[in-house]
Design a protein around this ligand. Structure first.
Ligand code: GRF
Length: 291
């Protein structure tokens, strides 16, 4: 996807633990720092930019110095929880990227819906604590939503990455981690998403539909399946001869790349929220560019 240059301004004073916000058109807080950019496509910024032009000149230089450079020293390493239900190849890709130094964070706990899944075994091998969620009906294993939140707090988790976790995330967890839970889905949402679209069912539906492109989507998690705000996507061509298995393999390969990239972005606090609620990724190389 092409990075897009847009008109934005930041309230650096307002960086919160997990979320950066774009300015609202009214009700400016006390110390706005502005980034002056061009955006033919995002004209809704225009009206309040005009209103603010007189405020910008003294602040532009400071903002352009690179919030990234200043913040990186302050933000420290992020603590991640990864949720899995199966083999956990995305989890492994993220874990390996952390070992390589590509992600400014650590996986402090793995949450598995089944104690004996591949992802949980891998975590145990690597010395990563494993929690089972949800609780089994007979109460023999697993945590309640309330105790899950307590456990994640105990591990001081900053962000949650769902990587092939098939259970619905409870509202209590979403409330406890606003704008801090990501999921990866193996189609270009909003197509081929929602309840019942998981695993090979997604890829079969893509092929049956005749869609010429598919690919993974990373999105924030809300209380429904696959409806949260889209953060990143990668496109994979669907060839006329592709089987569902072949398509799944191609998409999964892209998943590993994009999830590592997005985990890195998250841990560097490079996600900015546009005023209409769309999350954008600020480029590391050029902090004036967003995608
Ligand atoms: C991936 O295709 C992901 O998009 C979906 O579940 C699968 C998980 O694969 N949500 P893995 O367990 O990471 O190998």
């Amino acid at each position: 996807m092409e990075a897009q240059t847009i008109n934005l301004h930041f309230f650096t004073a307002q960086y919160t633990k997990n979320a950066n916000f774009l300015a609202k058109p009214t009700g400016f807080p006390q110390s706005p720092n502005w980034v002056s950019l061009k955006s033919p496509n995002l004209s809704f910024f225009g009206s309040f930019l005009k209103k603010s032009l007189s405020l910008t000149s003294s602040c532009v230089v400071k903002a352009k110095m690179g919030i990234d450079d200043e913040l990186r020293q302050e933000i420290g390493r992020k603590k991640l929880a990864v949720f899995v239900s199966g083999g956990g190849s995305n989890f492994r890709a993220i874990y390996e990227a952390i070992l390589d130094g590509r992600i400014n964070g650590d996986i402090v706990v793995l949450v598995a819906s089944k104690t004996d899944c591949g992802g949980a075994s891998y975590a145990r091998d690597k010395g990563i604590p494993v929690i089972v969620f949800p609780e089994k009906k007979d109460g023999s294993e697993g945590l309640s939503p309330h105790n899950l939140v307590i456990a994640l707090r105990k591990y001081e988790v900053d962000y949650i990455l769902l990587a092939g976790y098939l259970k619905l995330i409870p509202a209590e967890l979403i409330r406890a981690y606003p704008r801090s839970i990501l999921n990866i889905h193996p189609s270009l949402l909003p197509a081929f998403g929602g309840k019942g679209y998981y695993g090979m069912k997604v890829h079969r539906a893509v092929i049956t539909s005749g869609a010429r492109y598919s690919g993974p989507t990373i999105h924030f998690v809300d209380e429904h399946y696959d409806t949260g705000r889209i953060l990143a996507q990668r496109v994979v061509p669907v060839l006329p001869t592709d089987t569902a298995d072949e398509l799944a393999a191609k998409v999964l390969q892209e998943e590993h790349h994009v999830y590592v990239e997005v985990a890195a972005v998250l841990c560097e606090e490079r996600i900015i929220w546009r005023e209409d609620g769309v999350p954008l990724i600020r480029s590391k190389e050029n902090p004036d560019n967003y995608s």
